[in-house]
Ligand binder design. Structure first.
Ligand code: ZN
Length: 80
């Protein structure tokens, strides 16, 4: 009976070590793939709050806008 318990403990310990190794080696690899694919940042419009991919909107300094109309509306009628 004692031998059986030791065997079970050894199998459990081996399983824990193997899953831990698999878990640590998988996580950073997934992050690398996401950054390598160039995942685009989605930003909220400074006027309406709509979330738009960075390439589809406009950035004025630190503020991001979903479209030219909202950029103009936020900055007032003056074009400067
Ligand atoms: Zn907007």
């Amino acid at each position: 009976m004692l031998r059986f318990l030791i065997l079970v403990l050894l199998v459990a310990a081996a399983w824990l070590v193997l899953t831990r190794i698999a878990g640590t080696s998988k996580r950073p690899r997934a992050d690398d793939e996401a950054s390598a694919a160039g995942e685009e940042q989605v930003l909220a419009c400074g006027l309406c709050g709509l979330h738009v991919p960075e390439s589809e909107g406009l950035r004025v300094g630190e503020v991001f806008y979903c479209c030219e109309a909202h950029r103009r509306q936020a900055n007032g009628p003056h074009p400067d």
